[in-house]
Design a protein around this ligand. Structure first.
Ligand code: NDP
Ligand code: 2IT
Length: 451
């Protein structure tokens, strides 16, 4: 049996109840086969893949807090410190009722390769809790965040592990967590990224994931002789990533016509009104029904897919699809609909939004496919730029950060394109991203001995 197959079997046995983690490992290891085969005996002896798929450390903890009725609530908090070969652990905190060990592990595993692709010195980690910020008062969110950080602060620090936002964790939550960290540790340091501008945040971090997604998509299109200008785009999600992806797509001359949240989706053939979407989602924290109520050209469709996110947006005729909500929101039926409707490119703003079966179908049908660990790396890359600014106690201008972000995204595309070509799988950007991300991490792991 090949070394990859041996390790896949082992990982399946050890993590049988964690389907999302297994999915992420399966995708990565399968596409690394040509690299592993070249060094099969050496890597087996070093147990390289066993070490790569076993987190350095997993922390799971109780988060008690008191709600507005005086009732005590208890959530489960997580931080998985997956791999620190190339830098301090770095990755977001997800606050969503679906959070469990397997989800945090899949996200942490993906983060290792994504962070490596940015070219910046950051290792892989992820955390969160099964807390649902929806419908909670600001005081309840603060109570949760303070309790969460009271425990988490024992394990993180500006040079050890630097969390950030993810689903359900935005500027408000980061602010409450930062205040509590500072209060307990007495340290004013860059322990979190995505901070507010008045206390160490970086300009362009809010926009970075969505903007970066479009910079990479634009580069991928150009490399394939296509132009983003005038193209119709289907977007899922209506959160941080989706909003700024829509904004940048419009700036580049494309027309995004959809967005979605956990209860329904919008089709707006005249193009999404970003100012209205921001007002509804960032300010009012309301449902997309309000978008349709405020805009004549928009249709609202109630409904949800298995994951409850992408739902019907993939049935709309488009040239480019940008899934920006959550994992496994674009399945095989969605992929078939996209291909049938003439879509020619899919770039993942979310983490692992496309199922393995759908990814395979899209690639077989010659769709340009940019995987999340490359396409959405602009967020964490800009977080690393925030860490640099915190270290030198300076703030860069928006233009400076944005131009660094553009360079990083263009370089990511070139590196993964090059890696795919080197291993004879030209145009397979999934393999290219996994190989390019893997190479740097493995080099560092081997240099540092058996740790
Ligand atoms: P937000 O919380 O800002 O927005 C998430 C959006 O997706 C919301 O519209 C939400 O609907 C919908 N959604 C999320 N999860 C579900 C679910 N399980 N079921 C139904 N709907 C869901 O998160 P982000 O925009 O920050 O994150 C979106 C994706 O991008 C995630 O996969 C995340 O891991 C990834 N990502 C985020 C980065 C960042 O910098 N923020 C960086 C790289 C990747 P509703 O409005 O109803 O809640
Ligand atoms: O999935 C991700 O890359 C993020 N949620 C951002 C992580 C970060 O540290 O900025």
């Amino acid at each position: 049996m090949s070394y990859v197959d041996e390790v896949l079997e082992l990982v399946k046995k050890k993590n049988a109840s964690e389907p999302e983690f297994l999915q992420a490992v399966e995708e990565v290891l399968n596409s690394l086969r040509p690299v592993i085969e070249k060094n099969e005996e050496k890597y087996r002896k070093e147990a390289l893949l066993e070490r790569l798929t076993e987190p350095e450390r997993q922390i799971k903890f109780r988060v008690p807090w008191v709600d507005d009725k005086g009732q005590v609530q208890v959530n489960t908090g997580y931080r998985v410190q997956f791999n620190s070969a190339i830098g301090p652990y770095k990755g977001g905190l997800r606050l969503h009722p679906s959070v469990n060990t397997g989800i945090i592990k899949f996200l942490g595993f993906e983060q290792i390769f994504k962070n490596s692709l940015t070219g910046l010195p950051i290792g892989g980690g992820k955390g969160g809790a099964d807390f649902d910020p929806k419908g909670k008062s600001d005081r309840e969110v603060m109570a949760f965040c303070q309790s969460f950080m009271t425990e988490l602060c024992k394990y993180i620090g500006a040079d050890t592990d630097v969390p950030a936002g993810d689903i359900g964790t935005g500027a408000r939550e980061i602010g409450f967590m930062y205040g509590q960290y500072k209060r307990i540790k007495g340290l004013y340091e860059g322990v979190l990224t995505g901070k507010g501008l008045s206390y160490g945040g970086s300009l362009a971090r809010t926009e970075a994931t969505g903007y970066g997604l479009l910079y990479l998509t634009d580069e991928m299109l150009k490399a394939n002789g296509k132009d983003i200008k005038g193209k119709t785009i289907a977007v899922s999600g209506a959160g941080n990533v989706a909003i700024y992806a829509i904004q940048k797509a419009q700036q580049l001359g494309a027309k995004p016509v959809t967005c979605s949240d956990s209860t329904g989706w919008i089709y707006d053939p005249e193009g999404i009104d970003v100012a209205l979407l921001k007002e509804i989602k960032e300010v009012k924290r309301a449902r997309l029904t309000e978008y349709a109520a405020a805009r004549k050209s928009a249709e609202y469709h109630e409904g949800r897919s298995a994951q409850g996110a992408g739902s019907g947006v993939w049935s709309v005729k488009c040239d480019i699809a940008l899934p920006c909500a959550t994992q496994n929101e674009l399945d095989i039926e969605d992929a078939k609909a996209l291909v049938a409707n003439g879509c020619f490119a899919v770039a993942e703003g979310a983490n692992m939004p496309t199922t393995l079966e759908a990814t395979k179908y899209l690639q077989e049908n010659k769709i340009l496919f940019a995987p999340g660990k490359a396409a959405n790396a602009g967020g964490v890359a800009t977080s690393a730029l925030e860490m640099s600014q915190n270290s030198e106690r300076l703030s860069w201008t928006f233009e400076e950060v944005d131009s660094k972000l553009q360079n990083i995204m263009v370089n990511i595309f070139r590196n993964l394109d090059d890696a795919a070509k080197r291993y004879g799988v030209e145009g397979d950007y999934v393999a290219g991203a996994n190989i390019a991300g893997f190479e740097k991490v493995v080099n560092a792991m081997e240099a540092q001995g058996i740790v």
